[in-house]
Design a protein around this ligand. Structure first.
Ligand code: PEP
Ligand code: MG
Length: 325
């Protein structure tokens, strides 16, 4: 299948009625970028920086991080690169940090909560990202935001990082864009307020689905309850998109759902025109984009928003997809 898809590698991802969809990749390391280049992608929608911190014995220094970020920037040229600050905790641990014993690590000491507690580690990372921003189109994304205060506290540390770099005479982009992951239900509920504080949203469906449906994303015993097409999930997507549009900020999706070609028509219908996914999914999603009309997706969403069950939504999506196959 992948082989027969090779012929669309250089075809722009545009719907049959001319809507251009930006397809980005999620990367875990600087080495994943080569794929992006061979596939002519628009950018890096999610650089999971935590992998830089894993598989080693100590926190990476500012210089070590800078080197890794710079490698990505050099390869991507002027294409956008969204670097997510360290999202550790939950399922991802560091061997050299003693994390607290937690009954519910996914509800615990994780991501932005860890960073705001470990300010020096956070600031070191921000400095490395800032310095990389002097060389390309680098953006910062904070993980697991659940309140306005977290953004303000993080931005305060960012300002300190900028000042320290400035004093040392290092170059950086002073207007670097700041975005947040939308992956906690409280963030969706206040998306209209959060949108006034940041430059972009990226929806992390992996965590958002787990939190909104109260289904552990790692627990196979309840995997059937993990339903991306649950009406609650669709409503949350819609609410987030509406808040982003009303405030004219960028919106994308970077969870696994973005790489599910069966969900592509839902995103386009909702008005999401940027999707970031793991490299294996790109061509299949592109193939789907090339075979649908944006107008049909919009019409389908109107119907989907009236559905009462996941099953009804799944059937509508299937009907639409069958039509295009
Ligand atoms: C997500 O939660 O959807 C996401 C993209 O982040 P991660 O999978 O790294 O938690
Ligand atoms: Mg997440």
């Amino acid at each position: 299948k992948q082989k027969s898809l090779q012929k669309i590698i250089n075809v722009p991802a545009t719907t049959l009625d001319g809507k251009e969809i930006q397809l980005d990749i999620n990367i875990n390391s600087q080495n994943d970028v080569d794929f992006a280049l061979s596939y002519d992608l628009s950018g890096v929608g999610l650089f999971r920086s935590e992998y830089l911190y894993m598989d080693r014995d100590y926190f990476p220094s500012e210089e070590e991080q800078l080197k890794a970020y710079k490698n990505v920037v050099k390869k991507m040229g002027s294409k956008p690169i969204i670097i997510r600050t360290l999202d550790i905790g939950g399922d991802k641990q560091l061997d050299y940090v003693t994390f607290p014993e937690e009954d519910n690590p996914f509800l615990g000491y994780r991501a932005i909560r860890f960073l705001l507690d470990q300010k020096d580690i956070f600031k070191t990372q921000l400095k490395a990202i800032l310095r990389a921003s002097a060389m390309g189109n680098v953006k910062i994304m904070y993980p697991m935001i659940s309140s306005i205060e977290e953004i303000r506290k993080a931005n305060y540390i960012l300002e300190q990082a900028k000042e320290e770099l400035h004093e040392k005479g290092y170059d950086f982009n002073p207007n670097i864009e700041i975005g947040i992951m939308i992956e906690v239900p409280s963030a969706v509920a206040i998306a209209d307020l959060l949108a006034q504080e940041v430059d972009f949203f990226s929806i992390g469906t992996n965590d958002l689905i787990q939190y909104v449906l109260a289904v552990d994303r790692m627990n196979e015993h309840i995997a059937d309850f993990y339903e991306p097409f649950h009406p609650a999930v669709i409503r949350m997507l819609k609410q987030t998109v509406d808040a982003a549009k009303a405030n004219q900020i960028d919106i994308s999706v970077c969870g696994e759902m973005a790489g599910d070609f069966n969900a592509t028509s839902i995103f386009i219908g909702l008005g999401i025109h940027k999707l970031s996914m793991s490299s294996q999914s790109i061509l299949q999603v592109k193939e789907r984009v090339l075979s649908i009309y944006e107008a049909d997706c919009k019409q389908m969403i109107d119907e989907i928003l009236l559905c009462k069950t996941s099953q009804e939504i799944t059937e509508l999506v299937k009907k639409m997809n069958d039509k295009t196959n």
